[in-house]
Design a protein around this ligand. Structure first.
Ligand SMILES: C[S@@+](CC[C@H](N)C(=O)[O-])C[C@H]1O[C@@H](n2cnc3c(N)ncnc32)[C@H](O)[C@@H]1O
Length: 364
């Protein structure tokens, strides 16, 4: 596909985004439905152009045609990749993130800003204990210092089409997400509740760490996501789970008491802004406040379902004060029956992955 065809297709998708569709969804919808874009390289080129546009959006001339803006964004990206130091911290702070962010974060580390302007890394999770083997079998994989089963992929093959993926030998999962399940440290035979299970990324990892023994209740308010979870679990041969809808309210899906509960809560996703730069320009401080209230409600609704000694893990892929330390501190104060164990922020520039906040408690 020629450069101008890539730009025209990217501009077509940007027009969809202008009508209110989030960029990642517009890309998914157009590129999977349109049979013209079957070649992975073509899909990659169009996605990259769209994401690059939003990464450099505040540098672009808004009166220029979309094609011209896309060209300028790709040129800025090339210039940045060659010499990141050529872009001053002040310029990045003023243009790479929205103005409201400063008031919502304790600190904006200067090294985080250039990280936001890079193409995001791709991480996979090998089945527990098989990372070393997979590195030998497939090329372009490098293990993370934090886990031999978390592998960074630098190749160009469409991993979904590999026979290893089809056989359930690995999942595409960001390193920060993998560190959440590792922080849960579930044991074989335990009973866990993955209360915001979504499409099951962490349910499947928890199951793997439990060697498929014991039981995981996987709940979510979205039936569509739970259906996808079941499909993914079948491919990955994950059997020790029970999917149940839950609205997040006081009416719980079960009276079971758990060894561990994971609340991987809905959040503003500031930690994913490298991967999904369009969200920088659609997320608002109002979202921060509303989601912090949802997160607090989810935590307090599950707190009574822990066995004595049971662990509660709270994770959000965001970095705002209200949704991280704000929620955790208020929850600790309101629940003296739970002892705080740890709270940590995983930074994208330190991990080369999404940003994540993880807090844990233990029932006394
Ligand atoms: C961060 S995502 C979970 C991702 C998932 N744990 C994974 O690893 O793939 C948050 C999930 O919370 C769900 N959710 C949002 N509001 C909720 C609520 N009030 N009660 C229960 N689930 C909710 C969303 O449907 C979404 O699937």
């Amino acid at each position: 596909m020629s450069t101008s065809a890539v730009l025209n297709n990217a501009a077509r998708i940007l027009k969809l985004v202008q009508t209110g569709t989030p960029a990642d969804q517009a890309l998914r919808d157009s590129l999977t439905q349109d049979r013209h874009f079957t070649a992975p390289a073509e899909r990659r080129g169009i996605s990259r152009a769209v994401f690059t546009y939003f990464r450099w959006w505040r540098w672009l001339g808004e009166r220029d045609s979309l094609q011209k803006q896309l060209t300028a964004a790709l040129e800025l990206q090339a210039r940045f990749d060659k010499n990141p130091a050529g872009f001053k911290t002040e310029a990045l702070a003023a243009r790479a993130v929205p103005d409201w962010l400063k008031a919502e974060m304790d600190d904006i580390p200067p090294s985080w800003l250039p990280q936001l302007q890079r193409d995001p890394p791709l991480w996979i999770r090998a089945k527990a204990g098989t990372g070393v083997e997979l590195v030998k079998k497939l090329s372009h994989f490098t293990p993370a210092p934090q886990s031999a089963d978390a592998l960074r992929y630098s190749g160009l093959t469409d991993l979904y089409r590999t026979k290893e993926f089809q056989a359930g030998e690995f999942e595409i999962q960001d390193l920060a997400s993998q560190l959440v399940s590792l922080a849960c440290a579930p044991q074989p035979g335990e009973t866990w509740w993955d209360a915001c299970a979504g499409e099951g990324g962490k349910t499947m990892h928890l199951s793997d760490l439990m060697q498929n023994k014991g039981l995981i209740w996987a709940s979510d308010r979205s039936l569509r996501r739970l259906a996808k979870l079941k499909e993914r679990a079948a491919r990955a041969k994950v059997f020790n789970f029970r999917a149940a809808p839950w609205e997040g309210d006081a009416k719980l899906p079960t009276k079971t008491k758990f060894d561990g509960i994971l609340i991987d809560a809905p959040c503003t996703g500031v930690g994913t802004w490298q991967r999904n730069p369009h969200a920088r320009w659609t997320t608002t401080p109002k979202d921060v406040g509303e989601l912090a209230a949802v997160q607090a409600k989810l935590l307090s609704n599950v707190a009574g379902s822990l066995k004595p000694g049971g662990r509660l893990v709270y994770s959000v892929c965001t970095l705002t004060r209200a949704e991280t330390t704000g929620v955790a501190t208020a929850f600790t104060a309101a629940h003296p029956e739970l002892a705080p164990v740890s709270a940590q922020t995983l930074w994208p520039h330190e991990l080369d992955a999404n940003g994540m906040f993880i807090a844990t408690w233990r029932r006394k």
